[in-house]
Design a protein around this ligand. Sequence first.
Ligand code: 7TS
Length: 421
Amino acid sequence: MNERTVSVKTAGAVGGLDVGAIRRDFPILSRTVGEHPLVFLDSAATSQKPNQVIDAEAEFTRHHNANAHRGIHMLGEEATQAYEGARATVARFLGAPEPETIVFTRGVTESMNLVAQGWGRTHLREGDEILITEMEHHSNIVPWQMTAAVTGATLRYIPLTDDGLLDLSQLGSLLTERTKIVSVTGMSNALGTITPLRQLADSAHAVGAIIAVDAAQLAPHSPIDVQALDVDLLGFTGHKMLGPTASGGLYGKSDVLESMEPMLGGGEMIHEVFHDHSTYKSAPFKFEAGTMPIAQQVGLAAAIDYLDGLGMANVRAHEEEITRYALDRLLDAGATVYGPKDASIRGGAVSFWFKDVHPHDLATILNEQGVAIRAGHHCAQLAMRRYGVPATARASFYVYNTKDEVDALVGALDHAQAIFS
Ligand code: 7TS
């Protein structure tokens, strides 16, 4: 173990979290990159998983594996119980009124496609408008473009300010009685911007529209109460919140879910099948066709238990503190940061451009120093275009990151500068 690893492990409490203790739960964080300790600053792409999640998935697979909702035998019952238990855990975590308001999906991409197809194709027609924002991830743009093409509805965009905030000054003309749905990210993966969801929910409802939220980045980093926010639909992804890949889901108000058509047809979503038509189960089961990722949703429940143990308010406080520190250090180092500069109104995905070094070159050099960041357009090309860049470098933080790691990032930037000058 080298000196830096030791200092990370004794970093102690930041924002109410004992980060040293947390790091011991994540075996991957003790890996090295060549001679350098791994500094993982790419949790916005996918988070690392603690032993508790890895073990829960393995325990299910080792001792309880069977298909859910099918076998009338011991393992079948155990699998069903574990799967439905996970649904109840997710519902509690999001403040949902009952487990049946949670549809399991393989992540937020599937959730937003389900909204665009299952809700959009049923409810939208020519003359209707869909309102999204210019900071959306492609998974909350492309499905709407596809639905607009099929239904004849028009897609409109809330623009961004120079500071990386939603420009709500034109909301009155963008959000009208023609608007049937507002679909927005809760937190931008490219800019870090946090959306004023309750305000948008109230504005949407005032014109008779519903609101859907892409919470891929918000759910891992901030407490969420879907009832207090009064959102109609909210998609989330498990692998960004310490859970396994292919876990996640869609919360929906019961009447909204019932009004939606399934996106996938197949086994277990039907009530009865006839030659010329089929009848479906009620929500959420009508949306869960075929064999679902069962072990993965069980792993997601373990991830939620882990986050609950930390306390989501503490998770958010830690993120704010480390993001504030990172913003200060990056700006001091001469980086151009995209998105809000005030950590109290943003999340921990920090996009930047350092001097004249292309983000891909920067990520390559940083990797040689053990620092893992992401470079690219982050599946947010509209936001990139808004700020006149093809790509950015992005450092993103989670519960296991320390200020020492921010220092390692800035140290690696100095190294990159030395190479390029
Ligand atoms: N929405 C947002 C805001 C995201 O950040 C992502 C993934 C998605 C949707 C899609 O999530 P998935 O789980 O269905 O793939 N964002 C990123 C990222 O920022 N880097 O890699 C993936």
